[in-house]
Design a protein around this ligand. Sequence first.
Ligand code: SF4
Length: 456
Amino acid sequence: MDKVREECGVFGYFSTDNNAASSIYYGLHALQHRGQESAGIVVCDTKGPLGNIYSHKGMGLVSEIFHPEILNSLKGNIGIGHVRYSTTGQSSIENAQPIFLNYLKGTLALAHNGNIMNAHELRESLQAQGAVFSGTTDSEVIAYKIALQRKEKSESIQDAILEVAKELKGGYALLLLSPQKLIGVRDPFGLKPLCLGKKGEDYILSSESAAIDALGGEFIRDIEPGEIIVISKFGIESKICLKAQRQAHCIFEYIYFAKLDSTMDGIPIYDARIRGGKALAKRYPVDADVVTGVPESGITSAVGYAEESGIPFKLAFSKNSYVGRTFIKPSQEERMSAVQLKLNVLSSVVKNKRVVLIDDSIVRGTTIRNLISMMRKAGAKEVHVRISSPPFLYPCYYGTDVPDNSQLIATKLSTHEICETIGADSLEYMHLDDLKEMTLDLPLCQACFDSKYPVK
Ligand code: SF4
């Protein structure tokens, strides 16, 4: 499918028993939508000897990488896990996370969601000091810098993290495991999400609240932008240590990335998408018989559009959930059948109907064009497309895979031309002003739509 992809998900667990790995496994399952290329878990036994750390990483989905024997071998009461989709560094086992270092002061593991824009400079300066890297990610640079800072200058791991974080430019949510502590850090703009939960006496740090729910835990709060939170046997210590001129939460979490059942920075994702659909209906009404959405992320906005417009919402696609990551990718000529294998149009819903079709975004325009063509074959009289985000015009530097401009259809064609290219009867995108309505005035990054980048 023609979609933008999030880079990663992180999940940390501080437990009273020796079985953090299985909780992390279920947490990563719930975050699988944030990255499907590789996954890993590192655990540590704080009750055992210092530095007693166990790790397992692999390529593929969480369920493919971790089997019961592997989980049983990961003995420890605190740990961190990671699911990855690569935007910096290649998709390879060397770049799978968590990153794990043995150094003079002990051990350090790190899981990172985001992208550090000055990683190249930092890497070069570390290499000049003799550092040797096994992978090509910015995350390894951060881990190495923290270890060096701790060894040479800082009294504690949190001081070392703070000093390194001051040098990082970009968007990040970091989880660190030093043998006795689980530590979370969120970038000062709040670009990348991170939240705190509790299950009994155990603590959880997660990219999304839905993963805390999946464990039967209780969401406590979002980690504040610029906050460093340290969980140890002494309880929780937390401080907002990093300040930015403004906050800038990634709007795309609300439009598409985050799970529907998550709440992020005080805003339930479901409610935001409903409001997005309503805003589209208010600004771009159309005479039609039925409203539908492209599964999954277009569905909720379609419900919002239907509620506001009074036009009935109907499911117009049957989805084949078993066409997954391992599906043999079709050639260009076969693309059409690939979309058809994944989604089939319910002709009884669209036949002789004027349809409003909602999707969350258009990147290259290939999927929506195929879907409209399938709808017409199934007898739709008119297809009016409404997109619950503004047109993609600029790249993302903070860890989201927005393709370069040459592949973004909106950088080359006007809305009218895109409408003709995809074969719709009308096409409208969410107005930039309506993003605020969607997220109730939360301070946003929307730079891929307006080029106002919060980090230079
Ligand atoms: S540029 Fe776009 S995708 Fe990247 S952080 Fe900002 S809003 Fe999110």
